[in-house]
Design a protein around this ligand. Sequence first.
Ligand code: IPE
Ligand code: IPE
Ligand code: MG
Length: 247
Amino acid sequence: MSLKDKIITEKLPLHIAVIMDGNGRWAQKQGQVRVFGHQNGVKAVRDTTEAAAEIGIKFLTLYAFSTENWNRPREEVDALMELLIHTINQEKETLNKNNIRLQAIGDLQSLPGNCYNELQEAIAETAKNTRMTLILALSYSSKWELTNAMRQLAKQVEEGKIKAEKIDEQMIASNLNTAGIPDPELLIRTSGEHRISNFLLWQIAYAELYFTDKLWPEFGKEDLYEALIDYQNRERRFGLVSEQLPK
Ligand code: IPE
Ligand code: IPE
Ligand code: MG
């Protein structure tokens, strides 16, 4: 029985989020510069996206560049932006062919102009696709997103549009970049690091966390299947006790 056959299609998460980490270390292991690792990470993005869509995942969020990543050496940031432009441009056709819609979360305005334009073009050109939504987190950090949400809500209170005591979880969620997107049930991080690095803090409140030592460029379809099987063997209790859960 192949790994893929072990996945129970009725028990799939709606949304998988991935912290794609370890490109630099992968490159170093081959005696190459860090950028080489980022270039090779693109294949893992392609394979993971394809596998997720094939299995029937509806939302896949990939953490591609964090707010903090702007502080990396200038050459690495420039190379990442170039790679991003090139990849989005190249993959647009495949996304359409596979009926995948592209979206993005993060401070998109802070991206270089050509990168922003390429991204918006791809988002517009894939907007009608329905099989899966691929969400790129770009110049994203959860604290940035939450700060913005709080500002927006405070402004509405200030303008008398809402009452402070009426603010509820739903209202907060709808002021995040991920408004309308269900929370991820499964969060995967590669490279052996066991941290969240400012990613979707609100949204992963009850996500199952899956860590693998594989470096991102090594991650492939089989690794996604393994993560899904692991997820399906967990008991998600949401604060209840086992006996209260539906059989
Ligand atoms: C993840 O790989 C990609 C980005 C953060 C853009 P890294 O570049 O963080 O690789 P490591 O963690 O240094 O190996
Ligand atoms: C997290 O990876 C951000 C992305 C994968 C885009 P980092 O490599 O930036 O995280 P830290 O700095 O090791 O926590
Ligand atoms: Mg890293």
